[in-house]
Ligand binder design. Structure first.
Ligand SMILES: [Zn+2]
Length: 457
């Protein structure tokens, strides 16, 4: 598999500015693969695209046990739709099971046309604490992947180590779509559509009550704009005809092309699902469902696209490019992006011995220092805003008061939780975890619906 980019970030003060290339290093060390997006892990932030593979493989036998168990010994957790074999910490595994059931309901609701009569299947999922156990289970072909759907056994596997909890959650939302689609739609889904839809679900935000779908994360927009600006958009004709084998070969051959394949597929599916007509209705969604039905009934992907949408592939591409150029991040995903920046700053400053009693102290320190973070991915380099106070404001530019952005100490945690009531609908809570024997700090962000907000979807 192609190595995904691994990125380092450095926090800088303006007065210490030196030549950018000396600060934006590309780490060539063995990659730690994750799903799409920035990964946060103390001084080293890992970013990259998830290179997911379909494997036809026999499963290695593993010891299965029930109850709480040490690493490597799997217990079985049964949810409504999944049988989860895992050695993850029980509370986290149970949370993942609830989310996976919630995600399944979304797949099922949005693809109700493909619901089979009778009982719904229960899918097997293997979630490992350690990457080595995952690789042993899924085989060498899964090396450099953060998760995998093994179509031969209809089994999904993933691991936590080094990825962080947020990345594992997204990986599961992605891989479980492949598993669902394989069963509901069939094995012949074109790779761009399969990956695009999986990523659309991957970006869903769990509120504890349901998923906010259709999200446009700023990092995807940064990537898309770089692709549009650099004329790296893959012609529609090419993308529509790429098969699984070519897709995989592209990943091996060219990491940037591999990343573009993923991101453009996400953007195309976002376009097909969320583009609106002048009355505000979904412009292409019905035709996308028609295309899926044609594929389900045995038509090949390219032909199904022409039948459902248009023979005018170039015209269709032109409309997609217009959509992509105008695409703006969604508010919820932007708040999470901002929260991640603040969390990275907290970690970086803690590494420098700076700890804060409250968010005001944190804000003053960041403002006085004029801190910025430079992120480096193979495809996109970007820096946080010149004025770091942007991250201490809501999306209208109004500074958060101490009731909306605050530090909340948590027993046993390496840093206090960072809590932000970014909107009046929900709050974000970032928790910090020490990992790898205490040498790295990771963070995860969860969304809590605020009291009185019913049915956030
Ligand atoms: Zn995938």
């Amino acid at each position: 598999m192609t190595k995904p980019a691994r990125a380092k970030t450095r926090m800088t003060k303006p007065e210490a500015r030196i030549k950018p290339e000396t600060r934006m290093t590309n780490d060539q060390a063995a990659p730690l693969v994750s799903s799409f997006g920035l990964r946060h892990s103390g001084l080293i932030r890992i970013s990259g695209f998830g290179f997911r593979v379909f494997l036809l493989t026999c499963l290695a036998p593993l010891p299965i046990a029930r109850g709480d168990s040490p690493a490597g010994v799997l217990r079985v957790l049964a949810s409504r739709h999944y049988r989860i074999h895992t050695d993850l910490e029980p509370a986290f595994a149970e949370e993942l099971a609830r989310r996976m059931d919630g995600m399944y309901d979304e797949y099922d609701r949005r693809l109700a046309d493909f619901r089979a009569a009778g009982d719904q299947p229960v899918f097997d999922v293997y979630l490992f604490r350690h990457q080595s156990d995952y690789t042993r289970f899924a085989g060498n072909g899964s090396r450099n992947t953060g998760g995998v759907f093994m179509s031969g056994k209809n089994v999904l596997a993933a691991f936590l180590e080094g990825q962080g909890r947020d990345a594992l959650r997204r990986t599961l939302q992605h891989e479980a779509f492949h598993q669902f689609a394989w069963t509901a739609i069939g094995p012949e889904l074109p790779v761009w559509l399969n990956e695009g839809m999986a990523q659309l679900f991957e970006e869903g935000l769990w509120t504890g009550q349901g998923f906010l779908l259709g999200q446009v994360p700023p990092r995807r927009v940064r990537q898309l704009q770089a692709e549009l600006g650099g004329s790296r958009i893959i012609p529609f004709r090419t993308l529509l005809s790429i098969d699984n084998k070519t897709w995989g070969e592209n990943l091996h051959r060219d990491a940037i092309l591999g990343a573009t394949q993923y991101n453009q597929s996400w953007a195309m599916v976002h376009f097909l699902v969320h583009a609106t007509d002048p009355t505000g209705g979904a412009k292409y969604r019905a035709r996308l469902i028609k295309m899926l039905k044609l594929i389900h009934d045995g038509e090949d992907g390219e032909r199904a696209f022409r039948d459902a949408f248009s023979d005018n592939i170039d015209g269709f591409q032109a409309r997609f490019v217009e959509y992509a150029r105008a695409l703006k991040p969604t508010p919820e995903a932007t708040l999470i992006d901002h929260q991640d920046v603040l969390a990275d700053m907290l970690v970086e400053l803690a590494e420098r011995g700076k700890h804060f009693n409250d968010a005001d102290e944190f804000r003053r320190s960041v403002a006085d220092g004029g801190y910025r973070i430079k992120y480096n991915k193979a495809q996109v380099q970007w820096s946080t805003a010149e004025d770091p106070l942007v991250y201490f404001c809501d999306l209208t530019g109004r500074p958060f008061g101490s009731d909306r952005l605050y530090l909340s100490p948590r027993t046993g945690a390496v840093l206090p939780d960072l809590v932000c009531r970014g909107t009046d609908r929900f709050q974000l809570r970032t928790r910090f975890h020490q990992v790898s024997g205490g040498s790295r700090v990771e963070h995860e962000t969860v969304i809590d619906a605020l009291p009185g907000v019913a049915g956030v979807r």
